[in-house]
Design a protein around this ligand. Structure first.
Ligand code: HEM
Length: 112
């Protein structure tokens, strides 16, 4: 089954809008990555102040391939730095941690 990679972002209150704006104008290239299955930007409501970037992939290899190439270009705008490692502007997040999971069960609503 699929794997889930979550990037947990620490975002100061005054930077939330900046972060959401950056995602609103994100590269939109992840959709074309081989093995990409899902993306969600999750805004915290309760229990944490961290934003979560939820991504789901067919396999670890597909995620690694994205990380080594397209991911760098997709982050040129600021987030994690561009291909040269230098962000074009100050990141909105002050910290980030990547969590990895394996999907062991899943369900979707019944059709019709
Ligand atoms: C240093 C760590 C990171 C930070 C601070 C960060 C932050 C950001 C920000 C602000 C954006 C919006 C576009 C931009 O301005 O660059 C973005 C895009 C994105 N980030 Fe990250 N990011 C980091 C690493 C990661 C990692 C490890 C993943 C994988 C779980 C990830 C998943 C994504 C995805 C899927 C997009 C959308 C790309 C697209 O539309 O093609 N990010 N990130």
């Amino acid at each position: 089954m699929s794997i889930v990679k979550i990037n947990s972002l620490t975002v100061p209150a005054e930077q939330r809008e900046v972060l959401e704006q950056r995602f609103a104008s994100r590269a939109g290239t992840v959709e074309s990555a081989d093995g990409f299955e899902w993306f969600e930007l999750l805004r915290p409501l309760e229990g944490t102040d961290n934003y979560l970037v939820y991504t789901r992939w067919r396999s670890e290899e597909d995620f690694q391939a994205w990380m080594e190439g397209p991911m760098k270009a997709a982050h040129q705008g600021g987030g994690a730095g561009g291909g040269d490692g230098a962000p074009k502007h100050k990141p909105a997040a002050t910290g980030s941690t990547v969590w990895s999971f394996e999907v062991v069960q899943q369900a979707a609503p019944k059709q019709g």
